[in-house]
Write a protein that binds this ligand. Structure first.
Ligand code: C2E
Ligand code: CA
Ligand code: CA
Length: 397
């Protein structure tokens, strides 16, 4: 923080000024006051370690009082920008709460300055409903609705086949959550996973998803017949969120799901996104190692969308990768995209990894991936994610 020096009698700001900064007193003294027709009204006399002007940090609002040094004073300046960044990253609800609290605080200060007495109906005011407020309230409701949906069993797993390119035979599935609302409509995960992640609900949901996928995999296994001698048992991939890395009950949930459903540990695979890995490297590393001890595999999801992909392939003991579908879209348009798909195919072979091309929508794309050396694929061309009964039917075809 930058410093500012004031002499006794210097004014720092006046009531009604637009403020952009708050101040911490290092040495000296500052008087906070308002000028009223009946005379100056001193609200506070502040000294070292006192903070003032802080209301200006959240939105550039006008000052509700004046500040003036009453001795030679040294201040540390805290700018609006210092905080803006952190606020931007905070949850909408936190931002909203802060704004509501601040607006009440400012109102109280205004009333003190004006010598008004509090009236209950003046203190309890409706929250501001600016964009942030609406968003925060919407999210809060969504979070409550999701907790309710989990209790009522409205969250269900759909399964999208992962196939061997070339033959098109199903070798596994990816479990993808859907919210089946009471009116029968299906809400895609993009609309609610983020809210689950921001609340602790993701922990419980994640353990539930593992148990559900393991149970369904046991069922699906009955209709699976290997086509090649080197085919492994049918597997199911479950998506993990970064927040779950810190869940001490996650691994025990994986272990008991595998045991209770009579699976081989290798049949359950965990997908971790690239960004998730990089955001929480230490926790990810521990989780991957624990998974290996259990015999479960870990694959990198959305491979290529982060920026240190090669570095972590080298450093983290992951078993496979899923090439993000953006490359495939590029590959049908450009030589560059094609070369990347090919390079990833080679990389996977060289590192003895399992590699899946995501988002295959056309027979041409399937052929390209196969020609470039990728063994497995997933996408609408083969099938979208379907309920478990339909997944069973796909295996029987
Ligand atoms: P993801 O893990 O990358 O999953 C693949 C997404 O691509 C799925 O969307 C799938 O329906 C979609 N997709 C599959 N094939 C194609 C294709 O050929 N073309 C196109 N355009 N899209 C295709 P979905 O089911 O909406 O899931 C979105 C994301 O939500 C997932 O992305 C994953 O990050 C997250 N998600 C889904 N289920 C779970 C879950 O159980 N737990 C967690 N933590 N995240 C989940
Ligand atoms: Ca995935
Ligand atoms: Ca993906």
């Amino acid at each position: 923080a930058s410093q500012r020096l004031l002499n006794a009698g210097d004014t720092l700001f006046n009531e009604g000024d637009v403020g952009h900064e708050a101040y911490l007193i290092e040495t000296g003294a500052v008087e906070i006051y308002v000028e009223r027709p009946e005379g100056r009204r001193v609200l506070a006399v502040l000294g070292p370690d006192d903070l003032f002007g802080e209301l200006a940090l959240i939105g550039d609002q006008t000052r509700t009082a004046c500040a003036c040094a009453t001795a030679s004073t040294q201040l540390s300046v805290i700018t609006h920008d210092t905080l803006a960044d952190q606020l931007e990253r905070a949850s909408p609800l936190l931002r909203h709460l802060l704004r509501v609290i601040l607006s009440r605080c400012r109102n109280n200060l205004r009333m003190i300055g004006a010598g008004e007495t509090f009236q209950p109906d003046q203190i309890v005011r409706a929250p501001e409903t600016d964009g942030d407020g609406n968003l925060a309230i919407k999210r809060l409701r969504l979070e409550q609705a999701l907790a309710e949906a989990m209790r009522k069993g409205e969250l269900v797993l759909f399964y999208q086949p992962i196939v061997r390119l070339g033959s098109g035979h199903i070798v596994g599935f990816e479990a993808l959550v859907r919210w089946r609302r009471s009116d029968g409509s299906l809400v895609p995960p993009g609309e609610f996973i983020g809210v689950l992640e921001d609340s602790n609900l993701i922990m419980e949901f994640g353990r539930w998803a593992i148990r559900r996928a393991a149970t369904d995999l046991h069922l699906l296994g009955a209709d699976y017949h290997p086509h090649r001698v080197d085919d492994e048992p049918l597997f199911c991939s479950v998506n993990l969120s970064v927040r779950q890395f810190g869940d001490p009950d996650l691994l025990p949930a994986v272990r008991s799901a595998v045991d209770d459903c009579g699976l081989q540990p290798g049949q359950l695979r965990l997908e971790i996104t690239e960004s998730g890995l990089l955001n929480n490297l230490q926790a990810a590393l521990e989780l991957i190692e624990q998974c290996h001890q259990l015999g479960c595999r870990v694959v990198v999801d959305d491979f290529g969308t982060g920026y240190s992909s090669l570095w972590y392939l080298h450093s983290l003991p992951v078993n496979g990768l899923k090439l993000d579908r953006s490359f495939l879209q590029d590959s049908t348009r450009s030589q560059r995209g094609l070369r990347i798909v090919r390079a990833v195919g080679r990389l996977a072979v060289d590192l003895d990894m399992y590699a899946v091309a995501e988002g295959i929508e056309t027979p041409e794309q399937a052929a390209i991936c196969h020609d470039l050396g990728l063994d497995f694929g997933q996408g609408f061309f083969f099938s979208k994610a379907v309920p478990v009964a339909e997944a069973q039917a796909l295996l029987r075809q």
